[in-house]
Structures are given as C-alpha cells and as structure tokens.
Design a binder for this molecule. Structure first.
Ligand code: TSB
Ligand code: ZN
Length: 585
C-alpha cells in the first residue's frame, strides 16, 4: 500500500483534506475545538473535541457531505502569517491552539495559519490552492484518543480519512483496505477460534483457545527441534524476579516504564519480568566455564509482561503478556561473527520454511557522535559493527542501516514486517551485548588460565509466539499449512444412516495415527458441511459415501480445490504423513 505521508503530493493533498474535515466539523458542530490533524501513512486524521457530542457511524456520511459542499464551493486556501502575540489573540478562546502556540519553539517568531472562507487553522503548510482540489476523499473511521496521548487527559474524537488525486486511486485504496481488514489476524483469530480476550483478564492479555494452543505447540516443537540441533539447551525459569535482580541488570534504571508495578511478598519485592536475560545470566553463572565450552546457548520459551499503552495493544501482535522464543548465547569475542552468522542463517531458514518473503533486515548502529547514549568503547563498537556487516554481506542478505538506533549495550539486527493493518513491527531480533555479562560478573577461563568476560547475543527468532502467530495468520489468511493447522482433517459422511459407521472407523484410524482430525456427524446436508469445512480452512475434507464404503477407500478434497481424489486409506496416511514430516507449506 502506498505510504501517503512519504509521497510529497499526496501528503499536501491529505493535509489540506484534514483542514477540509475540520472546516466541515465547525459548520456542523459550531462548538468543536481542534487539536492536531496530521498526515499519516494511511491518510490523515484530526483530533477534535466535540464537547458532549459523541459521533456515531451515521455521522461520517453527513460530515463527508458537508466536506463535499465546501470543496465544491471552491474556496481559496490562503496563508496568513502572524506574530506569536497575534496568534494568541486570534485563538484566545481555544485552549488547544493556545497550548500549541505555547509549545512552539522560542525561535519561531512567525506563526502561519491557513484560512479558507470562514475557517482558519494554525498550520505550517503547504496546502493546495483551493478547496476544489479535494475531490476524491473518504472518511474511514473514528476512535477515541486522549489529548496528547495521556490517559489522564480528556478523551478527544479522532476521525480518520484519506484523499487521492483520482477516483480510481481512491477506489483501489479502499479495496485494499477492505482486503486488509479480511486479513487482519484479529478477525481471523476470532473466526477460527484461535484466541479471545476478556475484560476480566485484562487488556493486552489474550487467551489462547484450543486451536491457537495447537498452533503454538507446533511452533514450539518446530523451533525447539531446530535449536536443539544447533546446540541450544532449554531451561524453565520463573516469570517473576526481585527488584534487585532488575537493579543488577540495569533494567530497573532503563526499562522501568515498560514494567508492571512491583508486588511485595513477605520481605521480598517482586516484579513481573519484562525480559529473561537476567535469569539466563544467573543460569550461566551457576557453573564455571572454560573457553572450550563456549558458545553456551541457553534458550527458553519464556513468559514476559510489559506495560504497553492501552491504545497500542493489538490482538496477538502487541500484547502485555507474551511468550518469547528467547535465547542468550554466551560467546568469546572471537566467536561473535560465527555465532551471529548462525543466528541470521537460522532466521533465513525459518522464514523460508514458512514461505515468508516480505521482510526487511534493519541493522541498528550507534551514532558515534552521541557519546551519552552509548557504552563508551570506540574499538568495541567499530569491531562489532564491522563484524555484523561482514556477516550480512557474506550471507548476501539485503539490509538497511539505522544509525543511532542501537541499544546502549551494543548493535543489533531486527527483522521488520508489515502487518495487514497498522505500522511495521519487529519479528526476529539479534542483539549484541557487552555489558550485561559484566553486570553479573560472568566469566570463563581462557586458554592462558585467566578469567575473561563473555559477550552475549540476545536473540529471538519468532520474536514472540504471539506476534509470530499474528503474522502467520495474516500471511496465510488463516489457511495454515497441514503441519500447523489446528484441525488437519475433517471426515464427512455423505449420509449418516448409511455411511457413519464406516466414517467412524476411518476417523478412529486417522486419530490413531496421530492426526488432528474431526468427524462431522451432524444431520446436515453434505454441501453445508463442505462449506463449513472450507470456512474453517481445514486442509483436507474427507468425503465418505457409498462408493467409498463399498471399495473400503476414501475420497478427499484439499482446501481451495474443487477436485476430488480417491485413494486407499494407507496411501492417504502415507501422503499426509510425508507432508507433515517435511512441514510442507
Ligand atoms: C531477545 N532480551 C531480548 C531477548 O533476549 C529482548 O527481550 N528483546 S526485545 O525486547 O526486542 O523482544 C524480543 C521480541 O519480542 C521482539 O523482537 C518482538 O518480536 C517481540 N515483542 C516485543 N514486544 C512485544 C509485545 N508487546 N507483544 C508481542 N511481541 C512483542
Ligand atoms: Zn535478552
């Protein structure tokens, strides 16, 4: 989808359309007060205070109608320049605009506003020359938004819209938007009973239903197998730690705003953990290590809790309770390149297995001029950054560099993906860390008998099971490959009276062979049951009628195909066993 914010022409058009929206609102709700109306990736929005007036779905077409009226009347959009004092005088009854004026840079002596007929708004511009320029626009939705994004402030109403040059572009965009809504994992998750939420459990705390739990278990098995083959050892550690643990790690000082508040039990003060690194540092420190033992790879499917803003939580993609596919790799400095290469290769391997193609590698580096933000050791940074670059080049991986985005403790590589709806998110990550092992006084005995400090690589291939599942559901539109599908096979007798007994036998045999299979023995028509099987996105529907009973075989259809294929049960079992074993996509 086109990024409107980054397209110069569309940016100006959408910005002007935001003013048009505010203008129309002012006509319809004379007491309306306006906060900000920026252009975003998908168009524009305006945050507005409508007093006691609460918008409903029916209001959007009415607002749009008024916008069209103003647009057609072809009003000139004029730039006006004011001094700060003049601006304050002009907006003296408008707390929101006064707040904006107050917050403007000291240096900014001239403030610009744009006027179209009877409406004027503070704005840097530029704008289209007349209101007539906005012909093809649509208001998309509205939601609540706290003033300045702070839950302590008043809730404003945010109205979203989009504007294009041509009717065709607008229609294409609206179609894409519809398609994206269908792909949204929150819709698929509900339709396929994968997860639910409940106010009694809390925001950002999804409950994985049996279908979702099956998917998650398969993902766990899959990555566990891969990690074991690569020499990882897995542990279980508690999802709480004492405040002192997080003081030692430095999270208490640098990550506290992302953590849940503390709780006291007897004399100990606990926090729900936001990360697992401190626990894994202690596991490493539990034994003495020689240089020959390294790399040591400690993995865990670990539950973490993070405070995410209530407006930011989203289905399984951004949650407050998550499970990381985490590992901490303890390496000697000379092993950084080799180990990093293994992690990147694993990421590539996993993405290939899932058929993922749309993703971007981002290499986050320090800003060498920013001496405050980064751990101060020029040599270490230079060496580490060039090692990571070399590995990526060696593997032929395309990546972009983000200077100034590294963590305090080292450079990192992230994989960015685009969800169906909303901005890009990080899936996989691999972060180099020179500091944490020092904080926990971790060592290994080097070949010369001296104690040395290991380097740590934090890495999560799926990121979290939560976010990865969200992404996979969107990529596949819910049509999961056989090995991952919660229900793999659906046995459907054509007529219960004559075929149920045989169907039952087939069902039992398939179940016995370890497949996730259901038997649809409801007294419904075959067509109805088949349609439901398709809606549930079950990979194989097995249809058993008189011919199959007589020949002791089965007929099946795969999801998305109209072709019916007849085989013996043995052949069928062999066919799908192979597909599952090879995790075919
Ligand atoms: C990799 N200590 C490291 C770990 O060793 C760590 O926690 N890194 S992280 O902060 O980047 O988180 C790991 C991954 O978790 C991210 O790459 C992202 O894919 C996923 N993640 C982060 N926050 C959320 C969230 N709120 N909901 C779902 N997944 C999340
Ligand atoms: Zn970590």
């Amino acid at each position: 989808m086109i990024n409107i914010k980054e397209n110069e022409k569309l940016n100006i058009l959408n910005h002007s359309c935001a003013h048009l929206l505010a203008h129309a609102l002012k006509h319809l709700y004379p007491n309306a007060k306006f906060w900000v109306g920026p252009v975003v990736e998908n168009g524009f929005y305006y945050d507005v205070d409508l007093g006691d007036q609460v918008l409903t779905e029916e209001d959007l077409p009415l607002i749009e109608k008024e916008m069209k009226k103003i647009a057609k009347s072809d009003k000139l959009i004029k730039r006006i320049e004011l001094s700060k004092e003049e601006a304050k005088e002009m907006f003296k009854d408008d707390l929101y605009k006064l707040d904006l004026i107050e917050r403007m840079d000291e240096e900014e002596t001239i403030i610009s506003a744009y006027k179209q007929d009877d409406f004027i708004d503070l704005c840097r511009g530029p704008h289209m020359p007349t209101t007539k320029s906005m012909k093809y626009f649509k208001l998309i939705k509205f939601s609540g938004a706290y003033w300045k994004g702070d839950a302590k402030n008043k809730m404003l109403q945010r109205i979203y819209g989009v504007c294009f040059d041509t009717e065709e572009d607008l229609n294409d965009y609206l179609n894409e938007l519809e398609e994206a809504k269908l792909r949204d994992h929150r819709k698929i998750g509900k339709d396929l009973s994968i997860f639910m939420s409940h106010d009694l459990v809390g925001k950002g705390m999804p409950l994985w239903l049996p279908n979702g739990a099956t998917i998650r278990k398969q993902l766990e098995n899959y990555i566990y197998e891969k990690e074991r083959k690569m020499g990882y050892y897995h542990v279980y550690t508690p999802c709480v730690g004492t405040v002192d643990l997080y003081k030692t790690s430095g999270h208490w000082d640098h990550y506290k705003e992302n953590m849940f508040p503390t709780m006291k039990v007897d004399e100990e003060e606990f926090v729900l953990r936001p990360m697992n690194c401190p626990h894994h540092m202690l596991v490493y420190g539990n034994e003495l290590h020689s240089y020959r033992d390294l790399p040591i790879r400690i993995g865990e499917f670990a539950t973490d809790f993070r405070y995410e803003a209530s407006g930011a939580v989203k289905g399984l993609e951004r949650v407050r309770c998550m499970c990381q596919n985490d590992a901490h790799l303890f390496v000697r400095p000379d092993q950084i390149g080799e180990e990093f290469k293994k992690v990147v290769s694993l990421i590539l391997d996993v993405y290939k297995d899932f058929g993922l193609k749309e993703y971007k590698f981002r290499l986050s580096l320090r800003d060498p001029l920013d001496k405050e933000k980064y751990f101060d050791d020029d040599n270490m940074w230079n060496e580490a950054e060039s090692t990571l670059r070399e590995v990526l080049n060696e593997l032929g991986v395309e990546y972009f560099e983000a200077v100034g985005e590294a963590a305090f403790y080292g450079p990192k590589l992230d994989v960015e993906v685009k969800p169906a709806v909303g901005p890009e998110v990080t899936l996989s990550t691999c972060q180099l860390d020179f500091l944490l092992p020092r904080k926990f006084e971790l060592t290994y005995v080097d070949s010369d008998g001296t104690k040395k400090i290991p380097v740590v690589l934090h890495r999560a291939i799926f990121g979290t099971f939560d976010r990865f599942t969200a992404f996979i559901l969107e990529e596949t539109k819910g049509v999961l490959p056989l090995w991952l599908a919660p229900i793999q096979l659906n046995v459907i007798p054509v007529n219960n009276q004559y075929h149920l007994q045989y169907a039952n036998g087939v069902f039992e045999e398939l179940k016995e062979n370890g497949f996730r299979v259901e038997l649809d023995d409801r007294e419904e028509k075959l067509g109805y049951k088949m349609r439901e099987s398709v809606m549930k996105k079950i990979p194989y529907s097995i249809i058993l009628g008189q011919k199959e009973v007589d020949n002791r075989n089965i007929s099946y259809r795969t999801h998305g195909s109209e072709e019916t294929i007849t085989v013996s049960i043995e052949e069928f079992i062999k066919l799908i066993s192979d597909k599952i074993k090879n995790r075919e996509v």
